[in-house]
Design a protein around this ligand. Structure first.
Ligand SMILES: Nc1ncnc2c1ncn2[C@@H]1O[C@H](COP(=O)(O)OP(=O)(O)OP(=O)(O)O)[C@@H](O)[C@H]1O
Ligand SMILES: [Mg+2]
Length: 351
């Protein structure tokens, strides 16, 4: 049994069908019609101990709604969800002992209390023993510099401090499942970096982490598995590395040569790579597939035609690949369920 397990998990909302304006509202009063809007649509997920899963999708895709069902805040319309075998919306108190939730846009600290007082309240709610509590606080001080925030009233904390205090609050009871909904929103680069490192260590210790974020550097820095949700449906579930290897095989080599290069001669020497002009006669670009050639081979081939002065290699950004998946330009349908088993069409989106 997985730590997190969902089968056909679905949430829909009833939306009033009404024409805009006052007349529409009045007519709706007498003729109430609704349509069902499915926002999470038959989601199947299995997440194991120590797994770090990035749950990404465009605005309104259904990410937060999924997390709310996983934590028992929302009751699913249909389908099943289990956390350590427990049904969250039915056994909220029991499930709460196992999960930690952070919604980056909101705080679970009490605004008018000091961080210390808020954490004390949570200690009592979770029934954490005094020495365990002391050890947790010492740990959070070490990794999040929590100590200097403890005496401060929550409303006076800066955004980055508040987020770190909130993370301590979410993890205080050592939950085995952690959902973080945009945990780095608004944080500065240094704090983001520390937080990512902290989250990696957390999963190394066996915690299952599910992260939603629009900051794709978070995903690269923290998660190995990627789940992409689009209009409530999972459209990709697999290893992040696998997605990149399949759909981001191309590398672009930027080359600067001593003199103008004969591009036709280069095209002959480089066989399958694509050579295109740069902004000057001695600068050009070569696009190649890193699984058929290495950058070293390309450089050697160019050097045999014309002398190279400088070069650099561009890797496709994870942003670009995910953007293409959202836009439907990349066919990842085969990957759903078959997670990372090489079922993705290797040629799709290539070239
Ligand atoms: N209580 C509600 N009643 C009706 N529709 C709702 C309700 N809550 C959420 N929705 C709709 O469900 C859809 C999914 O919302 P959700 O918050 O899960 O998106 P998200 O993927 O977290 O987006 P974001 O990236 O913007 O945070 C949205 O279109 C939203 O308008
Ligand atoms: Mg959201």
């Amino acid at each position: 049994m997985s730590l997190i397990e969902t089968r056909g998990l679905t949430k829909s909302y009833r939306q009033p069908d009404k024409a805009p304006g006052l007349a529409g509202s009045v007519r709706h009063l007498f003729n109430r019609r609704f349509t069902e809007r499915v926002v999470v649509d038959h989601v199947d997920l299995d997440i194991e101990e120590g797994e770090s899963v990035a749950y990404v999708g465009a605005n309104g895709a259904g990410k937060s709604t999924t997390v709310k069902m996983l934590s028992g805040i929302l009751v699913p319309t249909s389908g099943e969800v289990r956390i350590k075998g427990l049904v969250p919306h039915r056994e909220r108190m029991a499930v709460a002992q196992h999960i930690g939730v952070l919604f980056g846009q909101r705080t679970q600290l009490w605004w008018d209390l000091t961080v210390r007082d808020s954490l004390d309240v949570l200690r009592d709610i979770y029934g954490i023993a005094p020495d365990t509590y002391r050890r947790r606080l010492a740990y959070f001080d070490e990794v999040l510099e929590l100590g200097r925030m403890l005496p401060v009233v929550a409303r006076r904390l800066s955004l980055g401090e508040r987020m770190r205090a909130d993370i301590a609050a979410a993890l205080l009871h050592s939950p085995s499942v952690v959902y973080l909904d945009e945990p780095t929103i608004g944080l500065d680069v240094a704090v983001k970096h520390r937080l990512r490192q902290f989250l990696r260590e957390l999963t190394d210790d066996g915690t299952a982490l599910m992260l939603t974020s629009h900051d794709l550097a978070d995903i690269e820095g923290i998660c190995r598995r990627l789940v992409i949700i689009d209009k409530g449906r999972i459209i990709f579930d697999g290893a992040l590395r696998h997605l990149m290897d399949t759909h981001a095989r191309d590398r672009i080599l930027h080359i600067e040569t001593a003199g103008p290069a004969d591009l036709d001669a280069l095209r002959v020497a480089l066989d399958r790579a694509v050579v295109s002009e740069g902004d000057a006669p001695h600068r050009f670009r070569i696009r190649f597939d890193r699984f058929t050639t290495t950058a070293g081979q390309v450089v050697a081939a160019v050097n045999s035609v014309v002398e190279i002065v400088d070069f650099s290699v561009d890797e496709p950004a994870i942003e670009d690949v995910i953007r293409r998946v959202y836009a439907g330009e990349v066919d990842v349908q085969g990957a759903v369920g078959g997670a990372a088993q090489g079922v993705v069409d290797a040629e799709a989106g290539h070239g």
